[in-house]
Each structure stands twice: as C-alpha cells, then as structure tokens.
Design a protein around this ligand. Structure first.
Ligand code: GLA
Length: 409
C-alpha cells in the first residue's frame, strides 16, 4: 500500500468519523482542529524466520508490512470510550473506570487490555471516540491483534501527550495480551509492529530485546503471504500448552545436566541437544529440538541475508516448516499442503507456516515475474482440495506504527 492510498484511506476514515461522531452543523476542518484529531497508521507483521522462539528467549528475523490498521479519533471529555470498527461493522462503548473482559466481543478486549495496562501504570487518560479500519486480515497470522494494540497505545500517547519509550509501549501492549486477553504470547508481534523499517528486517534477540536492522532489498522478488482461511483463536489453541511444555523441558534439562545457567531453551546448543535425545520424554525432546534448531536457522538466515543469498534463505524457510510440522507440531493439513505445493513451483525460493500455526497463513519468498502463475496454480489446486479459495497477499516491508498528520483533511 503506497503513500497515496494511505492518504486516501485516512480521508475516507476521517469523513466517516465526522459523520459518525461530530454533532450539529459544525465545519469539519474547524471541529478536527479544535479537538485535535489524531490519525494513527499501524502495520501488520511478517516473521521471516524464528517461530516459537520469542517466549523461549531465542532469535527471530521479523518486521512490519505495508498492510495496516487505521485509527482516527479525538477526546470526548467524558469517562467513556466509544469505538466503531468499520472493518467489522461493529461498535462498543465502555467506561474507563469499569474496564471488564468482554466474553462476547473479542476484538474490543485488545483495546480494553491496552487502556487497562496504561491506567494500571499510572498514565492519565480520558475518554475518546475512535473509528478503526483495516486491510489486515484477522486470524491470518499477520498480527492484526498486535497491530491494534500498538495502534491504540500510540493513539492515547499522542492524544494525552504521554511520554513513553517505544520499548515500554511494546512491553505494555504485550502485558495487555498476556494479562487481559489471556494469550501468553512473546514479544515478537508487538516489537515488529512498533519497530518496523521500510526495506529492512529486524534481527531480534529476545533474551534482552537487543536488535539490529538488516537491509533486505527484495529487488525482483516479493514476500507472498497465503492465507489458508483456517481461522484460529489463540486462546483456544494449543499455544499456551506449547509454552508450558517448553518451561517443563527447561526445568527437567537443568536438573539432568546439573546446570543452573540453563534458564531457557535458548541456552541449549546443538551439542547438548544431541545428548538429550534419550534422556527426556520424546515429546519434550521434539519441542526442544525445534527451538534449538530454529535459533540456528535464524543465525544462518542472517548470514544469507547479508550475503544477499535468497536461494539459501528460501531453503532454510522450508526446513523451518518441517521442524514446525514434525517437531513442534503446530501445522495443519492446509498449511502443509500450501508449503508442499509451493516447494514444487518455479519461482518459489521458500515458504513456511507463519506465526503461531494451527491455521492462518504461510509466508513465502517468490520471484515477482512468476507471481501470476504461482497464484493461479496454488489457488486452483487448493480450491479443488479444500473447497475454499486462499487469499494471496503481496507485501513489502514498512515503517512501524506512527502518527500521520494531514494538513488537508
Ligand atoms: C504468535 C505469538 C508470538 C509468537 C508466534 C510464534 O504470533 O503472538 O508471540 O510466539 O506466535 O512464533
């Protein structure tokens, strides 16, 4: 999505906001100026490689993409927050002094969770009205939830002039998802959304959240996301169970090898991994194997990125998928089918399931010139097999969540 399209989307959103929330026959420009309309653009994310490594304090290479959530709004001088989602055609209203988890309206909990965290940490915020729109698919593994969280966080930071570091925004949004929404996710999603940079990917070490931008000029290639349309809700999946299995494995291994310095699976190297095979239950071994080898694949990918070797990078992506499929066991029939098919097609460097798994999307790196034939072949075969057409999303790397100022709204 280019600058002009973004600008047009905000024009439409602001007009919608005006019709929805501005009373009487006020002049639009005056009303917006007086109230200080805030426009926030918040991207989705891709994870090139390093899956299920974040909560194991490992490594990944991820970034923001040029598909977004759009937010427009201003203060309403009450204690209420009024939200309208254009994307879902749904609205919600709640009081800031009575923020409760909503069992029936799942999407509002991401907003409530963020506000709850900021209030808990002593930030002074008041009521506001917002309209939210999106061209990020929900439940597809491109982090629409983190995009909404960081977008709302940035919105209140701008609206109420809160002074906060970007890394603390990431941490508060992550706590919102862990404490309020109930998914024990790691930092990858919120970090990518907040820290993305056009034409770069982020090499991130979750042990201390240190990071490095790596230039990734896609040149004649594209990142192609294929949405299997198998929706999953992380709270109800095995995601939290995998986290627990990893914690159990850490404790067991630290005991077996009598090494207190093993605090996470990322403290285990390939040598130790080989020694562990007969010493811990098979299922736990497979989880550990995925994390240890995945960290290694991230290191290799970093090297290939610096060398500009997309062929080798692509192969590592396929290997990552196999590890997620057979060792971490978070794949599905549809995701396996997509990756298997892609591995047979000309112009595809590599691909793998992206995000938590259990449905959602795969990420692939493909040649731009082959895009039509790739989408035709895969689209037709997938439709025949599963009776659903997958969605193809071509994307580029983008800057992170930001406020946009338009002089001519
Ligand atoms: C989800 C979580 C992330 C990460 C991935 C798997 O996207 O939100 O924190 O754990 O799954 O890599």
């Amino acid at each position: 999505m280019g600058k002009l399209e973004i600008c047009n989307s905000f024009k439409k959103l602001n007009n919608f906001f005006f019709k929805m929330f501005v009373e009487g026959n006020q002049n639009k420009e005056d009303a917006f100026k007086k109230k200080g309309l805030v426009n926030i653009l918040s991207p989705g994310r891709v994870n090139i490689i390093g899956e299920h490594t974040d909560y194991n304090l490992g490594l990944s290479i991820n970034t923001a993409i040029n598909k977004y959530i759009f937010i427009a709004g201003y203060e309403n001088e009450t204690d209420y927050v009024e939200v309208f989602s254009r994307y879902l055609n749904d609205s919600n209203k709640f009081s800031l002094s009575d923020i409760k988890f909503d069992k029936n309206t799942h999407w509002i909990n991401y907003i409530k969770g963020v506000l709850n965290e900021y209030i808990k940490h002593g930030y002074k915020i008041g009521g506001f009205n917002i309209v939210v729109d999106s061209n990020l698919p929900i439940g597809a593994g491109v982090s629409s939830s983190a995009s909404l969280e960081v977008g709302v966080a940035k919105f209140i930071e701008e609206l109420f002039n809160l002074k906060i570091n970007k890394i603390d925004t990431v941490k508060l949004c992550n706590s919102a998802e862990n404490n309020f929404v109930g998914v024990n996710c790691g930092f990858m999603d919120q970090f990518s959304v907040a820290y993305g940079k056009e034409n770069y990917v982020i090499y991130l070490n979750f042990k201390d959240l240190s990071y490095e931008y790596i230039p990734f000029d896609l040149e004649d290639n594209l990142i192609l996301i294929i949405n299997s349309k198998e929706e999953r809700n992380l709270v109800n999946t095995e995601y939290n169970k995998r986290r627990k299995e990893c914690n159990d494995a850490v404790q067991l291994i630290a005991k077996i090898v009598k090494n207190k310095n093993i605090k996470s699976l990322s403290d285990i190297g390939l040598d130790l991994l080989n020694e562990l095979e007969d010493k811990i239950p098979e299922k736990l071994f497979k989880r550990v194997k995925h994390v240890v080898t995945e960290n290694n694949r991230v290191l290799l990918s970093k090297e290939y990125l610096f060398k500009g070797d997309i062929e080798k990078l692509g192969k590592v992506l396929f290997e990552s998928h196999n590890s997620l499929r057979y060792d971490y066991e978070v794949s599905t029939e549809r995701l396996d089918y997509l990756v298997d098919e892609m591995s047979e097609i000309k112009g595809v460097y590599g691909g793998r399931l992206m995000g938590a798994g259990f449905g959602g999307s795969i990420i692939s790196i493909v040649k731009k010139s082959e895009i039509d034939s790739i989408t035709n072949i895969v689209g037709e075969k997938f439709l025949k097999k599963f009776n659903v057409s997958p969605d193809f999303i071509e994307c580029l790397f983008s800057d992170g969540t930001r406020r946009l100022r338009f002089k001519d709204i």
